[in-house]
Each structure stands twice: as C-alpha cells, then as structure tokens.
Design a protein. Structure first.
Length: 254
C-alpha cells in the first residue's frame, strides 16, 4: 500500500477570503480533513461534501481529542494511504502545536508539507485599523500566549521594556491578571489597549480602553460572549483609531 501524506494547513483568522489559494486547492484534493475549533464556519463551507471530516477542536475545559490522540489520527490516516489535511486556525506554527505534529511525522517517516496561514495576531488588528508597527511609535511587535500567563512563564518586565506592541492570544480567562502584571512591571496604566473579539468575521467587535480599564470594559461589553478574543497593548493602538473614521473601521458602540 502506498503511504499517504499530511499537509499542515493554516486556515487564517476566519474570513474565508483570507484563505490562501494553495490551502484551498489542497482542501479540495484531500481525503480526510482533521480540523480545529478555530476553523470558521465560512471556511468549513468551502470543504467538499464528500471529504471525511474529523473534528478535534479544543476549547477551554472542553477537548474533543487530546494531542496524543490527534497525533495517532494523523499517523493512522497517512499510513492508510490517505491525503490528510491537518487544518488549523491562523498559522499552524503560531500557538498551533504544528511543530509537535511535524516532529512526530518526521520521526515516523510520514511525508508532510506545511502551508502557512495568515495569523490572527496581524490580521485581526488590521481589520480594526490598528497596525502592529508604525514608524515613530512601535518598531516591533510581540505575540504572547495568554493561556498560561504566570510570572514563571512570561517575563512581564522584559515585555514592558521593549516599548513595543504586545499581542496576547488566548487570554480571555487571564485578561485581568495580564493587565495587572503589565502595570506592576512598569507599564503606564494609561497605555492604550484594545480587545478584539471574533476578528475578521461578520461579528467582529472591538473594545478600546487603557491597560488599567480594559478588563472592566471588556467584561461589560463581552462578558456574556464566548467568541475568539485577542488583546493588544501599545502606544499606537488608540492613535490609529483616532485618525480613522468610525465608518471605515466598522466599530460597534458599547
């Protein structure tokens, strides 16, 4: 039996039109698609009806499959001779555990290919009119996991001293703690900050505040929601918004 192949494919941040042409072609040629919770409904609607779909999504406290089980699914399907797509939200190598799956496939001698996707860390603030870098304001940006936000895993003082745009993904449950730690590490409490929920999708919503006020404003605006959220801190966050029209940015009033 001819061994199959695995493609690690980034689905982008949600908007189906941000899916790359290569990703779309590979999805249409696949036998099996193993997909995550962050793959949008708009993307799923593009999949061929006949393709076999395996959902392995992970939400906070709710995992359809553990990582070891996902690894075994990829190996079994590829060794059965199938064209397997491991479809992940955003980019497979940005907090997508794509590196772990790649290493496993390489160790097992399974052919693989990586198809990068547009990361939400850049695309989502762009949809809100917020550039992650801007001459004279921020010469760099840094993407940090908010899922594990303790001081033993994140050096907040080092981040504050960078004077850069800070982007926290998967931090809905730790937002208050993150803001507290940034201020404690020396960040000005009045530093502009934003929370963006369901970025690039029709239900995108933004909360603009400061590092100090963001947790309360975010709770008031989206406390009842369970959408995808990202948090952005930096000098240019609100400057960008103040120089654009509300109509251009499609902002919702909270």
């Amino acid at each position: 039996m001819t061994q199959g192949k695995v493609w690690l494919v980034g689905a982008g941040p949600g908007d189906a039109e941000l899916l790359t042409l290569k990703a779309l072609r590979i999805l249409q040629e696949a036998d099996v698609i193993v997909y995550d919770a962050l793959v949008s409904k708009e993307i799923l609607c593009l999949l061929p009806e006949e393709v076999r779909r395996i959902y392995v999504g992970k939400r906070s406290g709710r995992h359809a499959a553990g990582q070891s089980e996902i690894n075994q699914i990829l190996l079994q399907e590829a060794k059965a001779g199938h064209k397997v797509v491991r479809l992940k939200g955003g980019d497979p190598f940005v907090f997508g555990r794509g590196g772990e799956e790649l290493m496993l496939l390489a160790e097992q001698g399974v052919a693989f290919e990586v198809v990068p996707g547009i990361t939400s860390a850049v695309a989502v603030p762009a949809y809100a009119g917020i550039p992650v870098t801007h001459r004279g304001s921020s010469s760099s940006f840094h993407v940090i996991t908010g899922h594990v936000a303790g001081p033993d895993t994140i050096d907040y003082e080092a981040l504050v001293h960078l004077h850069a745009t800070l982007i926290f993904l998967m931090g809905a449950g730790t937002l208050s703690y993150i803001c507290e730690q940034l201020i404690k590490a020396g960040m000005d409490a009045h530093t502009p900050a934003a929370m963006i929920e369901n970025g690039t999708l029709p239900g995108q919503r933004e909360v603009l505040a400061t590092v100090e006020s963001l947790p309360k404003k975010a709770q008031q605006a989206c406390g009842y929601c369970s959408g995808r959220r990202g948090f952005f801190y930096g000098k240019f966050v609100l400057e960008a918004v103040s120089t654009a029209t509300r109509q251009d940015l499609c902002f919702n009033a909270f």
